[in-house]
Every structure is written in structure tokens, then in C-alpha cells.
Design a protein around this ligand. Structure first.
Ligand code: NAP
Ligand code: GCO
Length: 266
């Protein structure tokens, strides 16, 4: 059973893996034996993440590149292929969010979120998939969201991107599954990271909403997502394809509120 989750000899790239969900995924896949590569926009963040990974015995390979820039991505992936090896597991994790009501949002802001959260996973996958296809083996995990299926006020750009990423994942599956590539998404619910800190900390009312709407009654931890990524990166998921695995404490299953026992009329 353990061999199914053994990633020894595999090379994994987690984009934006210097903290948050990406780092949690890097630690779990590294702990399963994969050689971990991460990129970021910032060399400083890459340098400090090296120390954090090292605390877990993971010697991470770091490379600076902007996932939205095709030339940058090509140079970055070439460096990984030269120094570490061809990528077996790609986690398209890098992402941004802008919380701006539609009428207040500049089109440039909308386009920037689409570029990072939807176009960049295409750019990176287009660069990585050909070698996976040659090898007839590869795992791609696109970081979707519960906003791949739900909207909410102020996150139109983000939800548009994550909704598109759900169907880009399906289309990668349609075109590449025949080469033994498994391309799936992960749809985290509300996870305690720097991205959600503005709506979670300081008594923000959104925190109460998440606590009431999430049957598990808590925010997710990055490690909750990391564990799901191990399944989708391993042999255990070889017949799972084009799927989005939601890691959300049950929020998508819940129309109602959860507040203690029977506080809300049935
Ligand atoms: P985060 O803390 O904001 O981390 C995002 C990472 O992406 C950062 O390392 C960031 O680097 C990197 N990044 C952004 N733009 C980039 C670019 N152009 N090129 C390279 N790297 C770039 O977010 P998180 O909460 O860990 O989320 C990670 C992923 O999960 C995102 O795709 C997010 O949409 C998704 N997600 C998060 C939640 C949640 O509740 N937290 C829920 C569902 C989905 P810098 O720090 O240097 O900018
Ligand atoms: C928000 C949050 C969400 C989470 C996540 C939920 O402002 O609603 O940031 O978008 O990041 O995507 O799945």
C-alpha cells in the first residue's frame, strides 16, 4: 500500500511553492521521496523557503520565474531539467486574488488575475507536458477553488479564472490522458494562509461566515491540501482524471448554517 504513495525518483515542480498551500504540498511530496523544485517571483522568498524546507530534510531546488511569461517559464523549466531532471509532477499552485466589486474593478486588474490564475497554468503545462507525453507518464495538478463552482461578491476575476481552470483541467485530460498523463484539480475551501488573512484576521466578519458555513467548523490548514495533493501526485490516482478534488471541510455540500448544536431551526 505504501508503495502506491512512494514518490522516490520523481521530480516535482510546485509553482509559488515558497509558502502557504504550495509549501505544504512541497513538504508532503518531499516527504514521500520526490525531488522538490519551487519557483517564485522573489529570490528572497526562495532563499528563505530553502531554510524552511531544510528543517524537514528537504533540499529544495529553487528558480525565479514569472509563471505568466512564456520565455521566463521556458528558461526556468530548462534550468530544472538541466539541474534536477524532467518534471514528473507539476503543481500549478501560483495564484493571486483581487477582491474588488465589478464596477470598481479596472479591466487591467481583471486581466492580471486571469493571467496568473488561468493563463499561467496553461503556459507552464504546455512547457512541461511534451516530455511527460514522451515518457508516457505524468501528473499535473491545477489549483482550482470552491470558486471554480461558486461566485461571491468582489471576487469576479478570481472566480472567472478558477472556473476556467476547472474546465482547462478537463480539456487537458481529454487531450493527454491517452498518453498516461493524469491531470486533476484540487479545490480548496477556506484555508488559513496569507491569501485569506485579510478576511480571516482582526475580527473580520467573513471569518464568522466561514465558520458557520463550513460543516467541519474550522478553516482548513495548508497541510489538509498537501495531503490531497499526495493522492493526486501518486500511483494511487492513476485512474482519476479530469477531476477536481474539493478539500473544503464540507462547505460545498452545505446549503445551510452550522452553529453549535440545533441553534438554527431545521
Ligand atoms: P499565497 O499565500 O498568496 O501564495 C501564492 C503564491 O503564488 C505565492 O508564493 C506567490 O509568490 C506566487 N505567485 C503569485 N504570482 C506569481 C507569478 N506571477 N509567478 C510566480 N509565482 C507567483 O496563496 P495560497 O493561499 O497559498 O494559495 C495557493 C493557491 O491555492 C492559489 O492558486 C490560490 O488561488 C489557491 N487557493 C487558495 C485558497 C485559500 O483559502 N488560501 C483556497 C482555494 C484556492 P509571491 O508571494 O512572491 O507573490
Ligand atoms: C475569498 C477567498 C476565497 C479563497 C478560496 C475559496 O476571498 O473568497 O480568498 O477565494 O481563497 O478560493 O475556495
Amino acid at each position: 500500500m505504501n508503495d502506491l504513495f512512494d514518490l522516490k525518483g520523481k521530480v516535482a515542480l510546485i509553482t509559488g511553492g515558497t509558502h502557504g498551500i504550495g509549501m505544504a504540498i512541497g513538504k508532503v511530496l518531499g516527504n514521500a521521496g520526490a525531488k522538490i523544485c519551487v519557483n517564485d517571483l522573489s529570490q528572497d522568498k526562495l532563499d528563505s523557503c530553502k531554510k524552511e524546507y531544510a528543517k524537514f530534510g528537504i533540499n529544495v531546488f529553487t528558480v525565479v520565474f514569472d509563471v505568466t511569461n512564456e520565455e521566463d517559464v521556458d528558461k526556468g523549466i530548462s534550468a530544472i531539467e538541466k539541474e534536477v531532471g524532467a518534471i514528473d509532477i507539476l503543481v500549478n499552485n501560483a495564484g493571486i486574488i483581487k477582491r474588488i466589486p465589478i464596477l470598481d474593478m479596472a479591466v487591467a486588474d481583471y486581466k492580471q488575475v486571469i493571467d496568473v490564475d488561468l493563463v499561467a497554468p496553461l503556459i507552464v503545462a504546455k512547457r512541461v507536458a511534451p516530455k511527460m507525453i514522451e515518457k508516457r507518464s505524468g501528473k499535473i495538478i491545477n489549483m482550482c477553488s470552491m470558486m471554480s463552482v461558486y461566485g461571491r461578491n468582489s471576487v469576479s476575476a478570481y472566480a472567472s479564472a478558477k472556473g476556467g481552470l476547472k474546465l482547462l483541467t478537463a480539456n487537458m485530460c481529454c487531450e493527454w490522458a491517452k498518453y498516461n498523463l493524469q491531470i486533476n484539480g484540487i479545490g480548496p475551501g477556506y484555508i488559513a494562509t496569507s491569501q485569506t488573512a485579510p478576511i480571516r484576521e482582526g475580527g473580520h466578519p467573513f471569518n464568522d461566515l466561514v465558520m458557520m458555513r463550513t460543516p467541519a467548523g474550522r478553516w482548513g490548514e495548508p497541510e489538509d491540501v498537501g495531503n490531497a495533493a499526495l493522492f493526486l501526485a501518486s500511483q494511487a490516482s492513476n485512474f482519476v482524471n479530469g477531476h477536481v478534488l474539493y478539500v473544503d471541510g464540507g462547505i460545498l455540500a452545505n446549503f445551510g448554517y452550522v452553529k453549535g448544536e440545533n441553534d438554527i431551526p431545521e
